[in-house]
Design a binder for this molecule. Structure first.
Ligand code: S3P
Length: 171
């Protein structure tokens, strides 16, 4: 098993393939991977839609920031982040302190094809269409770009191929 010096944070829009790329990277590099959404679900013992509905988005965002503090104390690994993680400057500073930030990019059409059947993404409830995804993506893009150490275009690539590009970019 390779010993990473610092975390690799995968950021990017919902449905871009952070979790599947993270799993491929973990296999390829033989390194542990984790997922901030999964950590929150485990800690809270409830789903993301339930957290948003019962406690609100601000509560969820606090939990996300808290996860970065937990990860900062843990051995370096690959971290698949929820799509909103890079929206808070505080989070970006924490990620940059403990890792390298990799931004996975895709077109709104690709994103839509990945998320269209999902019921687990509260921000897209009632907004499951390409124009809305494009609008939210355009709003978020500057923050993803500002957070990124590395940016990978993923359209038309399998998670395996994306993982290979990440490895190449980090070497
Ligand atoms: C969110 C993305 C989701 C999840 C939550 C909010 C966002 O994660 O954290 O629904 O604000 O973009 P994925 O990017 O894994 O879908």
């Amino acid at each position: 098993m390779i010993k990473l010096q610092k975390h690799i944070f995968l950021i990017g829009f919902m449905g871009v393939g952070k979790t599947s790329t993270s799993r491929e990277l973990a296999k390829e590099l033989n390194i542990k991977e984790t997922d901030t959404d999964a950590m929150i679900v485990e800690m809270e013992q409830r789903s993301i839609p339930e957290i948003f509905e019962t406690s609100g988005e601000a509560y969820f965002r606090q939990k996300e920031t808290g996860i970065l503090d937990i990860l900062a104390k843990q051995e370096a690994c690959i971290v698949s982040c929820g799509g909103g993680m890079a929206m808070r400057e505080e989070n970006v500073a924490k990620m940059k302190k403990s890792g390298t930030v990799v931004f996975l990019q895709a077109t709104p059409e690709t994103i839509y094809s990945h998320v269209k059947s999902s019921t687990q993404r509260p921000l897209l409830n009632g907004n499951m269409n390409v124009p809305y995804i494009r609008q939210l993506m355009e709003e978020r893009e500057p923050k993803y770009q500002a957070a990124a150490d590395v940016c990978i275009e993923t359209d038309g690539l399998t998670p395996r191929q994306v993982a290979e590009r990440v490895v190449e970019a980090l070497q």
